[in-house]
Design a protein around this ligand. Sequence first.
Ligand code: ZN
Length: 149
Amino acid sequence: MEEKYHITDSEWEIMRVVWANDEVTSNFVFEVLGEKMNWKRTTVKTLLNRLLERKILKKREIGNKYLYSTEYTEKEVAQIYILGTFKKICDTKVGKMIACVIENSELSFDDLEIILKAVEVKKESAVSKVLCKCLKGQCNCEKNGHLHI
Ligand SMILES: [Zn+2]
């Protein structure tokens, strides 16, 4: 999956309904989310269409209804979503941000084993210094001694 699959918070709400129910109608999504999100029926249709246009959702017609579903798993889309967020911050800050995510998440011993394993593997390709690749003027890394490339 590419960058174009990065989805907005509103689209994410829709996708959760699709993942939980496999196939949904626009009415069903409205019943689940209308009140919570303060959406009109037309809002749901607009969001479904945006996801269709980007081929994150597909639809099939049954009678006079459209059924929406997805070929993507929650894990795949969540990965794009989370990695996309990390791309928005300076590369030199990603490591500390990952530590912050760990500190602020509820994790099991099994989760920690997975994380430790990932850290061990990553050690083999770690660099001595992460370079800032930000646009000049969008980052103050240089002041902190980091180099632009
Ligand atoms: Zn930077």
